[in-house]
Design a protein around this ligand. Structure first.
Ligand SMILES: NC(=O)c1ccc[n+]([C@@H]2O[C@H](COP(=O)([O-])OP(=O)(O)OC[C@H]3O[C@@H](n4cnc5c(N)ncnc54)[C@H](OP(=O)(O)O)[C@@H]3O)[C@@H](O)[C@H]2O)c1
Length: 295
């Protein structure tokens, strides 16, 4: 089976690509980087070399980091273009092929739901407006063009992916490493997290289930508040008593990004995955952090 991964060099892709290879897939990765391909992966910088290559599935992960920088107007344009332009180009490429792949798994995020307080959010919850929510909605709409080509399409509404060596946890745990425990703002905002191993397992599961399509929340079944995360992290680091980071400082320093990603959150549950019979290896945060930092 041949699979193409866009954005396959990133935090998720760097765990997913070897897992796909171990599962017997031949993997191509669309990347802006010139990479040697000495690991059995075919790296391409445009889709043209794959026009006549066999292709059974596509996993669309490319996108500039939402949490990496302040959302200036310029960076917002990059956030949008890196997702929408890549997805539109991908769909055009799939349309031109004589044999479209059977499956497209296209990334989205729990930011799709916007801010909905303490409500549990399954896949049928409507989005609430905001920059991240509007972007996810447009990203999913762009990917949905694959459905008209007869391609089974799944939208991966990813929670905050946790693991060692990158992603959000590296940033969130940094003060704890230096002995300072904190949460942001009230600490009551929800964090829908998921261990990277479960993201990889969920993607392999969805690839392997030809009858599944539509939206899938890829989040652990137990979302936590930022205060809960602080308590859980303190079990792994010797820290002073927690000192909350005031909302006003975060808003002043990081603007809209802080407002949408750090001071607000979503309480998302993986309804569709569980209904389909997917079992999480790390359903609870304490187990996930033990897996990451050692018990
Ligand atoms: N990690 C999370 O917690 C999380 C949560 C929710 C949603 N997601 C979504 O899941 C996807 C994968 O996440 P990730 O954590 O693996 O992301 P990541 O580490 O930031 O990697 C994404 C990949 O996208 C490509 N990329 C970056 N900027 C780009 C640009 N301006 N134009 C085109 N491609 C660009 C890069 O590939 P090259 O440099 O090789 O081109 C990069 O390796 C992302 O789209 C992200 O929004 C992630």
């Amino acid at each position: 089976m041949d699979v193409l991964v866009t954005g396959g060099t990133g935090f998720i892709g760097s765990a997913l690509v070897p897992a796909l290879q171990r599962a017997g897939y031949r993997v191509s990765v669309l990347t802006r980087q010139a990479l040697p391909g000495d690991n059995g992966v075919r790296y391409v910088q445009t889709l043209a070399p794959l026009r006549d290559a066999p292709l059974d599935a596509v996993i669309n992960l490319a996108g500039a980091s939402m949490a990496g920088k302040c959302w200036t107007q310029r960076y917002k344009r990059e956030l949008v273009a890196s997702r929408l332009d890549t997805t539109v180009a991908l769909i055009d490429f799939l349309r031109e092929r004589s044999a479209p792949p059977a499956t497209l798994l296209s990334a989205s995020a729990v930011g799709y739901y916007g801010h909905q307080g303490d409500h549990f959010l399954a896949e049928d919850a409507p989005p609430h407006p905001g920059f991240a929510s509007d972007l996810c909605r447009r990203w999913e709409q762009a990917a949905a063009q694959a459905e008209a080509l007869g391609i089974r399409t799944c939208y991966l509404r990813l929670g905050v992916v946790l693991d060692a060596g990158g992603g959000a946890l590296s940033d969130m745990a940094r003060p704890f490493r230096f002995g300072f425990a904190n949460w942001m703002g009230s600490g009551e905002q929800w964090l829908s997290w998921v261990h990277r191993a479960d993201v990889v397992a969920a993607i392999l599961f969805l690839l392997d289930q030809p009858c599944l399509s539509g939206s899938f929340n890829i989040t652990a079944p137990t979302p936590v508040t930022h205060r809960d995360l602080c308590t859980a992290l303190r079990k792994h680091f010797r820290t002073l008593p927690p000192v909350p980071l005031p909302s006003v400082a975060l808003r002043l320093g990081l603007g809209e990004m802080a407002e949408e990603l750090l001071l607000a959150g979503q309480r998302v549950v993986p309804g569709a995955l569980r209904e389909a019979g997917f079992e999480f290896r790390y359903p609870a945060l304490d187990e996930a952090l033990e897996g990451i930092y050692g018990g």
